[in-house]
Design a protein around this ligand. Sequence first.
Ligand code: FES
Length: 240
Amino acid sequence: METGWYPVALAEGLERGTSTGTRLFGRELVVWRDSAGASHVWEDRCPHRGMRLSFGFVRDNHIACLYHGWQYDTAAQCRYIPAHPDLAVPGTIRVATYPSIERLGIVWAWNELDSAAPQEIELAERAAVTPVRSLYVDASAAKVFDALVLAECPPLKNAGGATQRSRTDALVSFKNGTDEILVAVQPLSDVEAALHIVIAGSPDIHGSDSQKRVSAWGEALRRDVEGTPQARELRHEVAP
Ligand code: FES
């Protein structure tokens, strides 16, 4: 497991006042957005009895655990315990957090808990992006990358000539003419990955036609990756 920035959700899919659970290298994460619009990525574990915070609910700028209702503020500090409403909650009761940032219409997390100083994320922002979809793949992130670096990008509005691909540790960019498709790869575990796909450019340019075409392309890519003998072997290894 390399230390670095990894995608954990499409930003648009995470509405204000909602939370979702996901995984990164097998570890459980809660991704939530407060009422002011800021996103947060934390360990998905309530410090009280370990309930998943992704099962809880967001109220204003707090996320509350479903089990006994302990509430945590945006700094992950417990602020309220319903069974002891007058208690000044000790500062030691807090959730472990991952540094996070939104870039390219995707929420990214630095995969080191309570890290005070992550490296800058080295991804140039685009003026606008059109979200397409997140896709779950029954294969390792390495296998997904192997397929992505050979894939062609589907023609969109302004395609022309050969596809140019570039890759960072967690992202592949496909450029064709002035079209650009960005695919971020989230390693869920050793044998599962998630793709978060966006198109560079505003939804005014890339309407539902482009979104549908890229969505179908992602689906075909997923089938391709899962259909290879290596993917079948991996599924075999994890079968009970
Ligand atoms: S387990 Fe979360 S409040 Fe008790």
